[in-house]
Design a protein around this ligand. Structure first.
Ligand code: HAM
Length: 426
């Protein structure tokens, strides 16, 4: 064993587990195609100010969870991205995307970094799949993004999910609400815990997010943001809900829902899973029309998106038995050689089979025929192709079906014809 261990809060994934990721990624990519979202990839690090401005200086993420570093003593501070939305918006503004087309539908499967205390479902490096729809945030756009997200859960067969949804109004609504909330909590300041006291000054909305049971009643009786949202905001929210009902998406309106990132406006949502413990949020998102202006874009850009934590999704799937029996696909053929001198020829045979799109494995360690057969079975190969001196000289090879044990003697061209599968490309 090496003296080095993976850093706490990070994970290694080997082929046995990688198939689980591939299953989810495949469904995400397929649904992204069906909903016509194109893939976006942005750098893993950005200037620190991007997240300070974008996510909000008083949020937990910016306040204590960012991995920031100075590339050189004179350089500007950089940060490993803790989420994707700010980076995608930065890229869209930089590329002036909206001048090329009025609407952009983007999705991603990306690694993120947050300096949180590691525990089940909470890592320091984790992966999200998500989508950002730029150029529209109409009720139809919100419903589109939500249908994509819920569609992935459906396609994977995941149940026991709760979609909570709220409207946060616009900037003006929230400013009035913030004042009202501060006035409400102020007389109870002594009863608040340390972090809520801090939030009272900086961002009282975040007190509503507190998980402290001692504050539950106080929070429940607090003024509701919904009562501060203007009539047109309420009407739009009602339309989002109506579209969700039309599409058969179940939801619960939760007026206490506020998200941990500052860029949201109007509709915001979160999905939790009954399979997860303390960290039960599997995904979340909402509208963020003001982010473009916040990042120096000069004006608002209608936008809506979501992100789902892949590790938490996989934990929930595992608990529901949705990952059982998944294992890496073995090679179709294992080339078994009788003696070491034939391994050069075995490589040529394997090369021809692979060129025909047939997945082929061969011995690379000079093992005995028996050991090679054991390996073929362990890998789950469908066929074994035998090469001995006679086969080499005659050009007729033994092909054994490892499931039925049927065996035949054939030329390499015939074998290639029988096992051929179309190559993915070309
Ligand atoms: P978020 O709620 O911060 O939203 O993260 C979304 C999901 O990422 C969470 O629900 C959770 O499943 C997963 N997640 C977050 N932190 C961790 C962690 N430390 N370990 C494992 N999983 C984690 C966002 O990130 C927004 N950018 C979503 C969005 C996209 N809003 C609009 N567009």
């Amino acid at each position: 064993m090496s003296q080095y261990q993976a850093v706490k809060g990070t994970k290694d994934v080997f082929p046995d587990e990688a198939v689980q990721w591939q299953l989810v990624e495949g469904v995400v990519r397929r649904l992204a195609g069906l909903y016509a979202f194109g893939e976006v990839r942005t750098p893993v690090f950005e200037y620190t100010e991007l997240f300070q401005r974008g996510i909000g200086a008083t949020t937990d993420i910016v306040g204590k969870e960012m991995f920031s570093f100075l590339p050189d003593p004179q350089g500007r501070s950089l940060t490993l991205r803790p989420e994707m939305t700010a980076g995608v918006m930065r890229a869209a503004l930089q590329r002036n995307l909206l001048s090329q087309a009025p609407l952009h539908k983007l999705f991603y499967i990306s690694d993120l970094f947050r300096k949180e205390r590691p525990q089940a479902g909470r890592q320091r490096q984790f992966t999200q799949f998500g989508a950002e729809l730029l150029g529209a945030s109409s009720p139809a756009a919100v419903a589109e993004v939500l249908s994509f997200m819920m569609g992935v859960f459906d396609a994977l067969g995941l149940t026991g999910l709760r979609l909570r949804i709220n409207t946060l109004g616009d900037l003006e609504d929230r400013a009035r609400y913030r004042d009202a909330l501060r006035a409400y909590f102020l007389p109870f300041a002594d009863e608040l815990d340390e972090s809520s006291k801090e939030r009272l000054e900086k961002n009282p909305l975040r007190i509503l997010d507190s998980k402290n049971p001692a504050l539950k009643e106080l929070i429940a009786a607090a003024p509701r943001l919904f009562d501060f949202v203007k009539a047109e905001g309420v009407a739009e929210f009602e339309e989002v809900l109506s579209l969700l009902r039309d599409r058969g998406v179940s939801y619960e309106v939760d007026h206490l829902l506020v998200r941990g990132l500052d860029y949201y406006c109007h509709t915001a949502f979160e999905v939790t899973s009954s399979e997860l413990g303390a960290q039960d949020a599997i995904g979340g998102g909402g509208r963020y029309d003001g982010l473009a202006r916040e990042l120096g874009g000069g004006k608002d850009m209608p936008a809506v998106g979501f992100a789902v934590g892949m590790e938490r999704l996989l934990i929930a799937m595992e608990k529901q038995g949705l990952l059982e029996g998944l294992k890496p696909v073995g090679p179709k053929v294992f080339v078994v050689v009788q003696q070491l001198e034939l391994s050069g020829h075995a490589m040529q045979v394997a090369f021809q089979l692979r060129r025909a799109g047939i997945s082929t494995e061969l011995d690379l360690a000079g093992r005995s025929m028996k050991a090679q057969m054991r390996e073929a079975n362990r890998l789950g190969a469908a066929y074994a192709l035998f090469i001995g001196q006679t086969e080499f000289e005659s050009g007729q090879y033994g092909l054994k079906n490892l499931v039925s044990s049927e065996q035949s003697t054939l030329t390499l061209d015939s074998i290639t014809e029988i096992l051929r599968e179309p190559l993915l490309c070309g």
